[in-house]
Design a protein around this ligand. Structure first.
Ligand SMILES: [Zn+2]
Length: 232
């Protein structure tokens, strides 16, 4: 499974169909295309293209439904680079990834601003590649887990090399946090942030092992059931 993939709809190298075919070839069960929502940071989808994006991916979902489950996501740069006050309603989108939440280096907005916004979003919300141990250092993880559970915000385990420190993925640097959230209803997702290296498609195995090591199976199942609820 891989729930963080970019295509030619934003700054990825491959078309969604090439990605889907490659994923089937590699026997991957579930993937999500999660292109960038309109941001000054990179090639991304302006609001008026969201409908076309959703329709394109829905057609692909249908075409390959026997071989793979395809989900439709979008990644939102949660910073002044995005017009956060005028987000569209994201009809047909299965979930949203929010990157740079509470990340000062990337001028990310704080978590409390996402809590405000969350009330108007009807689909699952996940913090993408968050360096919890830095962005939430000094935060009591039990309180944080309670807030995430109450506001239905999940966490992604991102295996991309860009989200490592001393060769350790951010999630492995935050084991204390994950030991806490396994007792809360906080969804956990996995993804590799594929852009231009197709081999990244199958690069989620460390995240899947981490789920077993940390006993996060219920959190992962919760993520799967929430995106499935929104499918179609
Ligand atoms: Zn991404």
């Amino acid at each position: 499974m891989n729930f963080h993939i970019h295509s030619t709809w934003s700054d990825g190298t491959y078309t969604p169909e090439i990605i889907v075919k490659e994923a089937i070839k590699r026997k991957i069960d579930k993937i999500a295309i999660t292109d960038h929502y309109y941001t000054k940071k990179t090639a991304s989808l302006p609001p008026k293209y969201i409908k076309m994006y959703v329709e394109d991916l829905k057609a692909l979902r249908k075409k390959y439904e026997k071989d793979i489950d395809l989900y439709i996501g979008l990644e939102i740069d949660f910073s002044p680079r995005t017009d956060i006050d005028n987000l569209p309603d994201f009809e047909g989108v299965d979930f949203l990834l929010f990157e740079y939440v509470q990340d000062e280096i990337w001028e990310g907005y704080p978590l409390w601003m996402l809590l405000d916004l969350r009330k108007n979003l009807k689909i699952p919300v996940i913090l993408a590649h968050n360096e919890i141990s830095r962005n939430f250092s000094g935060t009591d993880y039990v309180s944080l887990a309670k807030v995430l559970q109450a506001d239905k915000i999940g966490i992604e385990l991102n295996t991309n090399y860009n989200y490592t420190k001393l060769d350790m993925p951010y999630y492995r640097l935050a084991e204390d946090f994950f030991k806490v959230i396994r007792d809360y209803e906080v969804p956990v997702s996995v993804g590799s942030d594929l852009h231009d290296d197709i081999n990244e498609l199958a690069n989620t195995s460390d995240a899947l092992s981490f789920i077993q090591e940390m006993h996060l199976e219920n959190n992962f199942k919760l993520f799967l059931s929430e995106v499935e609820k929104n499918e179609r």
